[in-house]
Design a protein. Structure first.
Length: 168
């Protein structure tokens, strides 16, 4: 569902409502010959938890009032950031492919929580478009943003399991 908050204005802003898609097919399956993605989690001290993936370290920490040093985002914040970064990558890719202007293009996520503040119930993407962005390309850019793989995985979530073993 789309809503145009300022039609035709110089600082046009489009709001995309992220809602579960009924009857959507699951995301495309990974090529079976590829190695599965491995995320290794380490505990460097205090409340810090680092996740290592493909040679990159994603540090996390807790807020000071929860015993952390607040030196990195909390794990859930990295989850929300991954949605924004993914949607942004899809937007950038679309604009590059179509030779569209990106100077001044911004994407924000507004996250609304339930009454208890424990679960995000709605995520709203807000795009601010460059003044010279062609009107006829807006819907296609919105579709590109909504194609974000992280968002699609939320719509059709993976199964989770756990296996534990004693160290050597």
């Amino acid at each position: 569902m789309f809503r145009n908050d300022n039609p035709g204005g110089a600082n046009r802003r489009r709001t995309l409502w992220l809602a579960p898609a009924a009857g959507r097919k699951p995301p495309m399956q990974t090529n079976q010959t590829e190695q599965p993605t491995l995320v290794e989690v380490n505990f460097p001290g205090g409340k810090r938890v680092d996740a290592k993936i493909n040679g990159h370290v994603v540090p996390t920490d807790q807020k000071k009032h929860n015993g952390g040093q607040d030196c990195a985002p909390r794990p859930f914040e990295t989850f929300l950031a991954s949605i924004g970064a993914c949607a942004g990558a899809y937007a950038m890719s679309y604009c590059e492919r179509k030779s569209l202007p990106t100077k001044g293009l911004t994407l924000r996520l507004h996250c609304e929580s339930d009454a208890a503040g424990r679960r995000v119930e709605r995520i709203t993407f807000e795009m601010s478009l460059p003044p010279d962005f062609p009107e006829k390309q807006i819907r296609s850019l919105e579709r590109a943003v909504m194609g974000c793989a992280v968002k699609k995985h939320m719509e059709t979530p993976p199964a989770f399991s756990i296996a534990s073993h004693a160290g050597e």
